[in-house]
Design a protein around this ligand. Sequence first.
Ligand SMILES: C[S@@+](CC[C@H](N)C(=O)[O-])C[C@H]1O[C@@H](n2cnc3c(N)ncnc32)[C@H](O)[C@@H]1O
Length: 220
Amino acid sequence: MSDEMVKYYKDRAREYEQVYEQRDPRRQEEQDLIRVEMMNFLSGVGVIDIGCGTGYWTQRVSETARSIVGIDINQTVLDIAISKTYRCPTEFKIMDAYRIDYPEKTFRGALASFWLSHVRREDLDGWIEQMHKILKPGARIFISDNTFLEGVGGDLVSKPGDPNTYKLRTLNDGSKHLIVKNYFTKNELLECFSRHTRCVTGENIFHGRCFWWIKYILDN
Ligand SMILES: C[S@@+](CC[C@H](N)C(=O)[O-])C[C@H]1O[C@@H](n2cnc3c(N)ncnc32)[C@H](O)[C@@H]1O
């Protein structure tokens, strides 16, 4: 992930959760579905929340999880996450999601919300492989992110010869940031995760109007 992306989320910390307050009923409906699905799927397990940000989803998953470790590269977002209350034992650590510093087979659950879209396409396989390594066999994985919606979240930018797409984002202070933001079709998600696990089919993926998610149980 680029330094620009890290800086963008560092500076966006205080205004980040506005993204979950948009008044589009369909968006709110799908957001609520994500909440219910992730709470049910990660119920009773020890979860690593990768790129946890301000703890928005951490807090929701804490309703049902056994325990949670939230990791993020930015202290500014973690400061907000730490200030919240959680319904299960929860701790936060500064950590790079590309160098997760836990032994193999540590966690029974993984959550990555609105993170995968920021991973460069060329880094996707390496990131999934690394994430699987720190999970026990039979671990539960829940990953969600945005679908592409014309006109939402800034202009989409492509660069010649680059498989990634970017969004030009403006923060409340007027600063502009060009960040990696990739959108995946259902087939792309299926192809990508099938390279790492045998247990993913179309049934494991929801691809809605505003959001998608994939949930699966690790087989190896
Ligand atoms: C779109 S936010 C998602 C936050 C949270 N998961 C949510 O859904 O509300 C992406 C998060 O990834 C974090 N991040 C960026 N680069 C990172 C890295 N290399 N390792 C860990 N976290 C990173 C940012 O600080 C930011 O909090």
